[in-house]
Ligand binder design. Structure first.
Ligand SMILES: [Fe+2]
Length: 231
């Protein structure tokens, strides 16, 4: 189990490195994809900009892209510091996650995307930069414009799925019916992925045996996750 701000780093097929960490009091999981040959670093939902930039800098790297699963405050916590440290960052999110009408609720954080995805719910688009190739799927329900991202042997679920569960649907902007459809779409995708890929949740919560693993395999998620089993 990762300590706060500790990184799991591995090189996967396609000469891309995948770094995973857990950060902060809400146990947020962050994933980064690194293409050293092109100096590219794409980080999903970076929680602590200084921790990320420091760790990357020690290896001569800097963030180039940040990719948002959704704009709840705990997922956007690193945004302001990140863009002040790296002003030319590409900041990606789904068009529907621009929610000015919901910013009055403390659960949301303000992010100015300078690039967006805009596919309808349940559809996937391919996103590539250098050797990094990800599939981005629009999975609203927990939050407007929520997306999952998969590629390079991981499925980063954001708050669509936890190891044994799913994101809340009682928050401002949540939509329980959309969430059910999005979980179904997630299940479809997971069933087509290799069973040994990692399913990385948005938060590190309890697994079926009371442990709190950083991730579970796609196979284990499909077999045990109660939300996946219910659709
Ligand atoms: Fe969330």
């Amino acid at each position: 189990m990762l300590g706060d701000g500790e990184f799991d780093k591995r090189i996967v097929e396609g000469d891309v490195e995948v770094w995973v960490t857990m950060m902060g009091p809400y146990l947020n999981m962050n994933t980064a994809f690194i293409d050293r040959s092109n100096d590219l670093v794409a980080i999903i939902d970076p929680f602590d900009a200084f921790a990320w930039c420091g760790e990357l800098e020690r290896q001569g790297l800097r963030p180039t892209h940040i990719l948002y699963t959704h704009t709840h405050r705990d997922h956007t916590a690193g945004y302001s510091q990140m863009v002040s440290l790296i002003p030319d960052l590409e900041v990606w999110g789904h068009e529907d996650a621009r929610v000015p009408q919901l910013l009055e609720f403390p659960v949301f954080g303000k992010v100015d995307f300078n690039r967006t995805w805009s596919q309808p719910p349940l559809l996937s688009v391919e996103w590539s930069v250098g050797n990094i190739h990800l599939t981005v799927t629009h999975t609203p329900g927990h939050a407007p414009g929520h997306v999952t991202l998969h590629g390079h042997e991981v499925f980063h679920a954001g708050d669509l799925l936890f190891t044994n569960g799913m994101g809340r649907v009682d928050l401002p902007g949540s939509d329980p019916s959309s969430q059910v459809r999005s979980i179904g779409r997630g299940k479809e995708i997971l069933k087509r992925l290799p069973n040994d890929w990692r399913m990385i949740p948005g938060h590190r919560y309890e697994w079926i045996d009371g442990s709190t693993p950083d991730w579970v395999s796609v196979g284990d998620a499909l077999e045990h996750n109660y939300a996946l089993k219910s659709v």
